[in-house]
Design a protein around this ligand. Structure first.
Ligand SMILES: Cc1cc2nc3c(=O)[nH]c(=O)nc-3n(C[C@H](O)[C@H](O)[C@H](O)COP(=O)(O)OP(=O)(O)OC[C@H]3O[C@@H](n4cnc5c(N)ncnc54)[C@H](O)[C@@H]3O)c2cc1C
Length: 604
């Protein structure tokens, strides 16, 4: 054992929204951070999110006179499928604070609101333009990049595939990664944010193991979603939860000239939120468009494809940027009027007229008598909707509805939709502090955290739209706050990330400057004087967590260096030849010493 040194470096694996939320929060709490991402660019699936991020009791809601509370949000989330109230409490309870953190620290516009399926209040926040997932995630990536350029507090290393967690005495003390064919290590507590396994069609596929029935479906996930963090966690004894709960989304967009493409665009949930209606091949509605995703998908399996998601003018005007984007990508089509749409569907116009009339009447009746109606409604109450009512999940909320008489002249934006693998509810089981739990004994594994899609148990068997981006931000921050306390104890210093990100750049762009981590330097030999940051280490579980006068960062937990040989080569039992060699050496030494003594002292 060489020496004891402190660490203030939080390692973040994965540069999606969970990862960059964690990085910014580590810095805010006085730590340094390194962000490792296996892709060429950070962002992950987070940049694909199109509907927005949920929050209760935010100033955007107050400005629009929406009375929402954490309690209402908690109820909706539990009703939506979540099973662990203590995690839901953190998710929903921190939602207002964290949505405002995004607005305040990263100047994000999150002033627009939509009500997505399963939410009893409009609480899914987005800005005026562009896709919210991309806008939010890029703003947080840029903040880390700018801080990396102006200070030594952050590093971003892309094309760095983390493949192993480094453990010592049951504590996670770092990770190993591969970049450009070489092996590197980083040392410190690890926050895993590597996303889900919704595109894991590999040989050791988690989808294949837990949901082989879904392997034939297309996916909305990027090819990086291979469950790496879950597999690394399992390898060090972490507990998993709900891996069989994989969300199939009802609105994957079918490109008519590539109907069998494995990766599909997703129609933003908000398209249904603004009033999109779903019709089957015969032009009939068959479900509550604002029901849970698993419910809508289930109803699709019972009805006749192709299914069409249709937005009338008022609805599409509310989300026109998306409609134009999808149309440009060839996954949505604009129809001048309902006649043109009916013709393309091969059905009489009258069918569409009647379906719109029925929906319009149900909306009017709901307005007059919200708790009347003869069908059970979702999420609660009674429904007047003859189409969705009999399914047991009747429609209760209506938006931008038009009467049948308008259909013949109404312009529509329309997409053909199909069920797609979308989101993994399961993952590594965490506690309220984001700490990964151990399979044996169920206690937290010190130094190991998980946030975002790779963490399991937050959403139960069904995730509500807009709750995943929120999960990334809330648990990314919770993990980072806890990791900062773990490292710095009482020595946490609050730092303004906005001020740091506005400092002038000292270096060339940090993102993948090709900079290898300090651990990439030649491994030190026993006896070498080394910089602690370059050394493999283990945390001393007996070390005091409080400040000691060692000249390091105050309050930091002490890290006990071990001989690198010890670290890399586990002690193996000696072979017979080795034992014989040792015995011969001992006999020779003994006979030499005996002869020497005899000659020197006993010889006459
Ligand atoms: C099309 C689409 C639309 C969506 N819309 C919404 C929405 O509107 N609202 C909502 O709340 N949610 C939405 N979701 C879900 C949400 O976007 C994701 O669940 C969430 O963004 C996941 O974030 P993450 O940070 O956990 O992972 P990701 O954003 O996927 O990031 C993971 C990162 O980890 C990296 N990585 C993976 N393995 C390794 C490794 N071994 N070593 C190093 N790096 C690694 C990847 O390269 C990637 O950059 C949507 C998802 C999709 C696919």
């Amino acid at each position: 054992m060489a020496c004891v040194f402190p660490t203030d470096l939080g390692i973040v694996v994965g540069g999606g929204l969970a990862g960059v939320s964690a990085c910014n929060t580590l810095i805010e709490n006085g730590c340094r951070t390194v962000l490792l991402d296996k892709s060429s660019f950070c962002g992950g699936n987070s940049t694909k999110a199109t509907s927005g991020i949920n929050g209760a009791n935010t100033r955007s809601q107050k400005n629009k006179g929406i009375n929402d509370t954490s309690e209402i949000f908690i109820n909706d989330t539990i009703k939506g499928g979540a099973k662990r109230p203590e995690l839901v409490k953190v998710l929903c309870g921190n939602s207002g604070r964290d949505v405002e953190w995004l607005m305040d620290k990263f100047d994000l516009d999150l002033s627009l609101l939509a009500r997505l399926g399963g939410h009893s209040q409009p609480r899914t926040h987005r800005g005026a333009e562009r896709f919210p997932g991309m806008t939010i995630t890029y703003a947080l990536i840029q903040s880390v990049e700018k801080i990396a350029e102006a200070t030594d507090l952050a590093r971003i290393i892309t094309k760095a595939r983390v493949h192993k967690l480094l453990m010592n005495g049951g504590i996670c003390v770092g990770c190993a990664y591969e970049k450009g064919g070489a092996e590197f290590q980083e040392h410190g507590p690890v926050i895993l944010c590597s996303g889900g396994f919704g595109a894991d069609f590999s040989q050791d596929s988690l989808l294949g193991k837990y949901r082989p029935d879904l392997l034939h479906l297309p996916t909305t996930n990027g090819e990086h979603c291979t469950g790496d963090g879950i597999k690394m966690g399992e390898a060090v004894g972490a507990k998993t939860i709900d891996l069989e709960w994989v969300q199939v989304h009802p609105t994957g967009l079918v490109k008519p000239d590539e109907p069998d493409a494995k990766i599909k665009f997703l129609a933003a949930e908000a398209l249904r939120g603004v009033g999109g209606l779903i019709f089957d091949a015969n032009g009939k509605r068959f479900a509550n468009e604002l029901g849970r995703r698993d419910y809508v998908t289930g109803e699709m399996w019972k009805n006749k494809p192709p299914f069409r998601l249709c937005l009338n003018k008022k609805a599409s005007d509310e989300i026109i940027w998306h409609c134009k984007h999808y149309t440009g990508r060839g996954v949505m089509k604009f129809y001048e009027n309902g006649g043109a749409l009916a013709k393309d569907m091969g059905i009489p116009l009258q069918t569409l007229v009647e379906e719109h009339d029925q929906h319009f009447e149900a909306a009017k009746k709901t307005e007059k008598d919200p708790d009347g109606g003869s069908y059970p409604a979702y999420p609660s109450g009674k429904s007047w909707d003859n189409r969705s009512g009999p399914t047991g999940s009747g429609k209760k909320f209506y938006h931008n509805q038009i009467p049948g008489s308008q259909v013949a002249t109404e312009p529509f934006y329309v997409a053909i939709i199909t069920p797609v693998i979308h989101y993994c509810m399961g993952g590594l089981e965490i506690d309220e502090r984001g700490r990964v739990l151990a399979e044996k004994g169920g206690k937290a594994i010190l130094g190991l955290y998980a946030a975002g899609e790779l963490a399991g148990g937050v959403h139960g068997n069904n995730r509500l739209g807009g709750n995943s981006l929120l999960d990334c931000v809330v648990f990314g921050r919770v993990c980072a706050e806890d990791a900062a306390k773990y490292m710095l104890g009482d020595g946490i210093k609050k730092v303004d990330v906005k001020a740091l990100a506005s400092l002038p750049s000292k270096k060339p762009a940090a993102a993948d400057a090709g900079a290898a981590a300090p651990a990439a330097k030649a491994a030190p030999k026993p006896g070498d004087k080394v910089n602690s940051a370059d050394m493999p280490f283990k945390t001393d579980p007996n070390a005091p967590a409080a400040t000691l006068g060692h000249g390091g960062i105050p309050g930091t937990p002490y890290v006990l260096l071990v001989d690198p040989e010890d670290q890399s080569k586990p002690k193996e039992p000696r072979t017979f030849e080795q034992k014989m060699g040792i015995a011969m050496g001992a006999i020779l030494t003994a006979s030499f010493v005996t002869s020497f003594i005899c000659v020197k002292f006993l010889a006459p």
